[in-house]
Design a protein around this ligand. Structure first.
Ligand SMILES: [Zn+2]
Ligand SMILES: [Zn+2]
Length: 267
């Protein structure tokens, strides 16, 4: 098996995912307390002791709140660009084992090839990731890739190119524009921010992105970071019905707010 992947939790209350290859066990974001992360990992048969590293997309609490609690697990390396690391470190009670990367650079970590790319979101220097393992043409360990794309207001061309050659795509389907507009809890300015060019992808924007790229490589697409108040299972079903019907070889997993997923094994 080339990689195993699961979402530990998704939504504005916290985001974290786990990627396991033959040589590495990494978290993508750590937006839960260490206690909660430990419980989520235990439910997946894993533990913080076995985690090698965390890759941070950006400093928002729903992605980075768990770093402070990792004090008790100093073996865990924390990969981020300098701007994100600076923003997270400012709120920590200890000095994390930062491993800096430059946004856009490609680097190796154990048996992973990691590529970060900038995304438009209202944080210091937010990124998406592409993780690959294996080699082209290798029958035993073929190259497999996973793209991770949450927290972006729109999808520029660089993002579209990064998700094309992947078997697994994690993309946010944050809100339904009508439900966001009707929401009474959020002030107008917050709603403008969420729906803006540096906010979050709506169901419609995410389904358009998938329909436009529509890669034959895709085996599984995760729809994540759903808003509890401004989205619904019905709205997601409606918005993605057409693209799901065209991408027949690809499975879709809709990850509800606060939910995780079982492991997906990619051969
Ligand atoms: Zn964010
Ligand atoms: Zn977020």
């Amino acid at each position: 098996m080339a990689m195993r992947f699961c979402i530990l939790g998704s939504g504005s209350a916290g985001n974290a995912a786990l990627l396991v290859t033959g040589g590495a066990r990494v978290l993508v974001d750590a937006g839960f307390s260490a206690k909660k992360l430990a419980a989520l990992l235990a439910a997946a048969g894993e533990s913080l002791e076995k985690i090698d590293a965390v890759f941070l997309t950006h400093e928002h609490g729903d992605h980075a709140a768990g770093i402070d609690g990792l004090k008790k697990f100093p073996h865990i390396r924390v990969f981020a660009n300098a701007a994100t690391a600076r923003a997270v470190q400012a709120g920590l009670s200890w000095r994390a084992d930062w491993q800096f990367f430059e946004t856009g650079a490609r680097f190796r970590y154990r048996d992973l090839e990691v590529e970060s790319f900038s995304v438009p979101h209202d944080a210091q220097e937010p990124v998406g990731f592409r993780f690959s393992t294996g080699h082209d043409g290798d029958l035993i360990a073929p190259r497999r890739s996973l793209a991770f794309l949450t927290d972006l207001g729109h999808a520029p061309q660089n993002v579209r190119e990064r998700i094309r050659e992947c078997e697994v795509v994690v993309v946010e389907a944050n809100h339904c524009p009508e439900l966001l507009k009707a929401d009474m809890k959020r002030p107008w300015s917050t709603k403008q921010r969420i729906g803006g060019r540096h906010g979050h992808l709506s169901n419609h924007a995410a389904s358009e992105l998938l329909a436009e790229v529509a890669s034959p490589h895709w085996r599984r697409v995760y729809l994540t970071h759903l808003s509890r108040d401004c989205n619904s299972a019905d709205a997601v079903d409606r918005a993605f019905a057409r693209v799901r019907a065209t991408l027949t070889a690809c499975e879709f997993a809709v990850v509800g707010p606060g939910e995780g997923t079982p492991f997906y094994e990619l051969e």
